[in-house]
Design a binder for this molecule. Structure first.
Ligand SMILES: NC(=O)CC[C@H](N)C(=O)O
Length: 191
């Protein structure tokens, strides 16, 4: 596992998690570090992607603001969904809830932090969970999008689901682990 900040960091990876944060800032950083084409190429070459919260916003085909007045935002278009940002209100309206997820026997503890919802899913998209009627977890092929933050709970079932996508569908991208640059292990960052 390694942090990906620059296009070259993608070499040798089979999957990529786009974390939560602030998607407007992340769009600017993707411009700054020229990540748009390499990320699309990573997907086209068989890489699996999972976006959580702001990461899900980045993967969506279309992004809308919480109000019609909010400006539209560019996105990668790697999963055929429309995502509405900040759909549950402000930071103070963040919450945790047990979520029924298709394929899991017991509810998943889902942490929503100023989270988006999926307002439209195309025909190729499987909606795996809803909260209050709104889609909050979806998958299309080897791309997953979750409104919530599975990394903030000890429950690893969605991580397992993602790893399953790598094993089943994604050959290693960019020449295999052996040819990836050697790096010291990194601790998870605060982003
Ligand atoms: N927890 C998060 O990732 C919040 C996402 C943030 N509200 C955004 O629109 O980008």
């Amino acid at each position: 596992m390694r942090e990906v900040r620059l296009p070259r960091d993608l070499a040798g990876l089979a999957g990529l998690v786009l974390p939560g944060g602030e998607s407007t800032t992340m769009v600017r950083l993707m411009d700054e570090y020229a990540l748009w084409a390499p990320l699309r190429d990573f997907h086209a070459r068989g890489g699996a992607l999972w976006g959580t919260c702001a990461g899900a916003i980045l993967l969506a085909a279309e992004v809308t603001g919480a109000s019609p007045a909010a400006p539209a935002q560019r996105s990668l278009g790697l999963i055929d969904v429309t995502v509405q940002r900040n759909a549950f209100g402000r930071q103070l309206d963040s919450f945790t809830t047990p979520l029924e997820v298709a394929g899991l026997d017991t509810p998943f503890p889902a942490v929503f932090i100023r989270a988006p919802v999926i307002t439209h899913a195309g025909p190729g998209v499987e909606v795996l969970a809803r909260h209050g009627g709104e889609a909050v977890l979806a998958r299309q092929g080897r791309v997953m999008a979750s409104s919530f933050h599975p990394e903030l709970t000890p429950d690893a079932r969605l991580h397992e689901l993602f790893l399953g996508l790598l094993e089943q569908r994604a050959p290693r991208v960019g020449g295999g682990a052996e040819s990836a640059p050697a790096r010291p292990p990194t601790l998870p960052g605060s982003a």
